[in-house]
Design a protein around this ligand. Structure first.
Ligand code: CP
Length: 347
């Protein structure tokens, strides 16, 4: 964290921000959303450049940042790590193929106003925490803000869009029963950043949060500890269950999606056991959000997903294309939430 105001602050996880600060970001996002709807120009970042470094694929994140910078009067510059000298941590360098993060950060900081990075999974060999470490290393060396566009621990931009969507659909956060649930996917190559950031965001805002997953699919214990503390400080609650049905019962918001088990990560966190990970997945194919499961939640419950989803596995077409699904409002809210982050940190 660089200052006690928003200006020039990194945005790496909601855990670096207070509840009041997150509420301010949401207020600014709503204001910018209104301005966009009424056609009022809001060129708050004229002549500014945001560098986007994507180690992984993306539809929503890349396009919402690029469109957002256009709306704000600036420019988003896309950088493919395989076409520059790939930014690498000390110890992972390859001569004339990579460039040390400290050098990339200090170079780009001379040319633009912020650097946004997405990195998880294969580019860091599924060594849990390595991608987040790289973001922190960028932040250590850069004197312009670093924005996390999803690492192996957190996806704070998605979490902001999720909060904005809940605020709009439920009228606020107090008393809202929010269920983050695991759901089946044929692929075990699924990062944990979305569920971890969603439960951090929901507990921070004082919602009544349930985390539902099969045994063996536990999330990062440090994140769970933070959620308990946030729930206690924020007037909400946090519980976990290994029953899909129990998690859905009485929920106002359901958010079922796949994530990989700890076994899948390399040592020391996991043991790189893809076979065991696949076994756990395949034993839990019944964790699909179909109409019958949706009906266990409250009558007007909303169905959320960060997208992309695995249709026919995580969720049926009937549910995701049905009247309770808010997934495209949620995707749109990426744009407004990230514009708020950029406008607050880059000005
Ligand atoms: N939800 C999300 O981050 O989408 P993309 O992977 O398409 O960016």
């Amino acid at each position: 964290m660089k200052t006690d105001t928003f200006r020039e602050r990194d945005f790496l996880t909601l855990l670096d921000y207070t509840r009041e600060e997150v509420e301010t970001i949401l207020d600014v996002a709503q204001d910018l959303k209104r301005k966009r709807a009424t056609g009022e120009k809001h060129h708050l970042l004229d002549d500014q450049t945001l560098f986007l470094i994507f180690y992984n694929q993306s539809l929503r994140t890349r396009n919402s940042f690029e469109a957002g910078m256009t709306h704000l009067g600036g420019h988003a510059h896309f950088l493919d790590p395989s076409k520059i000298y790939t930014p690498a941590l000390k110890g992972r360098e390859v001569a004339y193929s990579t460039e040390r993060v400290s050098d990339v950060a200090r170079t780009l900081a001379r040319m633009g106003e912020a650097i946004a990075i997405r990195c998880y999974g294969d580019p860091v060999d599924w060594e849990y925490g390595e991608a987040h470490k790289m973001m922190r290393e960028f932040a250590r060396w850069s004197d312009i803000p670093i924005i996390n566009m999803e690492c192996d621990k957190y996806h704070p931009c998605q979490a902001l869009a999720d909060l904005l969507t809940v605020k709009e659909k439920c009228g606020g956060f107090s008393g809202v029963n929010f269920t983050m649930s695991w759901a089946y996917s044929p692929s075990v190559h699924k990062p944990r950043a979305v569920p971890q950031s969603a439960i951090i965001a929901a507990t921070m805002m004082g919602m009544k949060v349930t985390l539902a997953h099969p045994q063996g699919m536990e999330l990062d214990p440090e994140v769970l500890k933070s959620c308990k503390q946030l729930a206690s400080a924020g007037g909400g609650s946090f519980r976990t269950t290994n029953s899909f049905e129990e998690g859905l019962e009485g929920a106002d918001v359901i958010y079922p999606k796949a994530w990989c088990p700890t076994h899948f990560f390399k040592q020391p966190v996991g043991n790189n056991d893809e076979k065991k990970s696949q076994q756990i997945f395949d034993q839990n194919k019944q964790w699909i959000c179909d109409q019958q499961h949706l009906s266990m939640a409250k009558k007007n419950a909303i169905y959320m997903h960060c997208l992309p989803c695995d249709r026919g596995f995580e969720v049926t077409d009937e549910v995701i294309d049905g009247p309770q699904s808010v997934v495209f409002d949620e995707a749109e809210n990426r744009l407004h939430a990230q514009k708020a982050v950029m406008a607050l940190t880059m000005r």
